[in-house]
Design a protein around this ligand. Structure first.
Ligand SMILES: Cc1cc2nc3c(=O)[nH]c(=O)nc-3n(C[C@H](O)[C@H](O)[C@H](O)COP(=O)(O)OP(=O)(O)OC[C@H]3O[C@@H](n4cnc5c(N)ncnc54)[C@H](O)[C@@H]3O)c2cc1C
Length: 392
């Protein structure tokens, strides 16, 4: 790993130098930052009202190389290591945005194909995902099973050269704009984890139905849908991995999903801290700046300390992940710790904004609302404690 002190991305109150990124990552950071500020920030308020970003924005994410990070060059990507996706995520958090859900597309769904797809599946889907011509989603959760993933009831029944899928999914990010879904089904409903099979499902197939866009507390420009499958016939060749082998595939990709949540949480804490220091120094009460109250400095000192500790832990996890050495338990710790610290930091920062902190036009309000789901998805924090507890 190319160790280098990264002052460019360190906030003034966080003084421990980052050593994770090299000059290429930093150049990518500058490019991505300019792209977000020029093309994403101006449209976000409208897209939040509309509940999604337009497909044209997905294509722009493809053009600037964000969607192809991690996809091999042979399949239209850049073949870059995970740190490029981490940089794109950090910068997205820095400008206080959560949409579009490109980490899910590039960092969660594409790796299923890269690591477990057949050459034919990769040739078909990966170039479309790298360019943003197709948007990806993943369908695990159902109305009756979220944390208990092995309890899914959507079935896929073999019929000649096809499987016929019936069931439903809920809370699916990119569920409205999505062109591809990695779908968790049961090919043997009598069994739990050992009956699970995955399919790459083209969302334009007959019998595939999308609900209305669900209204959410945060992440308002990310579309979230309930999906219905009424006799959706897919070719047997669209199975991802082996029949009844879906569980192992799912488990193998959870580490990256959880470290990505931690990357976003750590960067959100930094952005919140920066915005709050600026606000508190500017805002006056009782003839002095809010920053000059001892309580404010103590609160911010606590936030800065937690954020610094989180940054160091997260960076170390990224390093391990790039080397393929981040284990399931440490990834669960990163997801658990980062999201709990994040909520503590954001809540304290929002409080220091007073009433303005509750107003959507202030970035802290959006950050606070967007962050709350991090303790719920990618496995709830209770499930993270289960995973960690089992290893003790
Ligand atoms: C905005 C948003 C986007 C999402 N995007 C996607 C997506 O793209 N694809 C997808 O498949 N899903 C998605 N989800 C679903 C998400 O992964 C689930 O909501 C999550 O896994 C929790 O499942 P559940 O909602 O069924 O809660 P439940 O499993 O019903 O949990 C309810 C409560 O019980 C607790 N609990 C459950 N089991 C245990 C246990 N064994 N021990 C202790 N406590 C337990 C939980 O921690 C939780 O506090 C999304 C959710 C949201 C809100």
């Amino acid at each position: 790993m190319n160790a280098r002190t990264d002052h460019a991305s360190a906030l003034p109150p966080l003084r421990v130098p980052r050593t994770l990124y090299d000059a290429d990552h930093e150049a990518f950071r500058q490019m991505v930052r300019r792209f977000y500020e020029a093309e994403l920030v101006p449209g976000m308020a409208d897209w939040e009202d509309q509940g999604m970003v337009p497909k044209s924005i997905w294509k722009r994410f493809g053009d600037v190389g964000i969607l192809g990070a991690g996809i091999p060059e042979a399949y239209g990507g850049s073949g870059d290591d995970f740190r490029f996706l981490a940089v794109a995520t950090e910068e997205h958090s820095r400008v206080g945005l959560a949409a579009p859900a490109f980490e899910l597309h590039t960092g969660i769904v594409a790796p299923y194909l890269v690591h477990h797809g057949t050459d034919e599946q990769k040739q078909h889907w990966l170039p479309l995902l790298a360019s943003g011509e197709a948007v990806a989603s993943i369908g695990m959760t159902e109305p009756s099973s979220g944390s208990d993933l092995a309890g899914v009831r959507t079935t896929a029944v073999r019929d000649g050269d096809s499987y016929v899928i019936n069931g439903s999914k809920i809370f699916i990010t990119n569920g409205i704009v999505g062109d591809l879904i990695v779908l968790v089904t049961k090919t043997d409903p009598a069994r739990k984890a050992k009956g699970v099979s995955l399919f790459l499902v083209d969302t334009s197939l007959p019998g595939y139905r999308k609900s209305r866009n669900l209204k959410k507390l945060g992440n308002k420009a990310q579309d979230t849908a309930e999906l219905f499958f009424d006799n959706v016939r897919v070719p047997a060749s669209s199975m991802l991995g082996e029949e009844h082998g879906g569980w192992k595939v799912l488990m193998s990709e959870l580490v990256q999903e959880r470290i990505l949540v931690a990357v976003r949480a750590a960067s959100t804490c930094e952005a919140a801290l920066e915005a709050t220091i600026r606000y508190a120094k500017d805002r006056k009460a009782f003839g002095q700046s809010v920053f000059d109250f001892q309580n404010t400095r103590f609160q911010l000192a606590s936030c800065a300390t937690k954020t610094q500790a989180l940054r160091i832990f997260t960076d170390r996890c990224i390093e391990l992940h790039v080397r393929g050495e981040l284990d399931m338990h440490t990834a669960a710790m990163a997801k658990l710790y980062s999201t709990e610290v994040q909520d503590e930091v954001l809540d304290a920062c929002l409080q220091l904004h007073g009433g303005n902190g509750y107003m959507w036009e202030y970035p802290i309000a959006r950050m606070w609302a967007d962050a709350r789901v991090h303790r719920i998805y990618a496995g709830t924090n209770e499930i993270m404690r289960e995973i960690i507890g089992r290893a003790l």
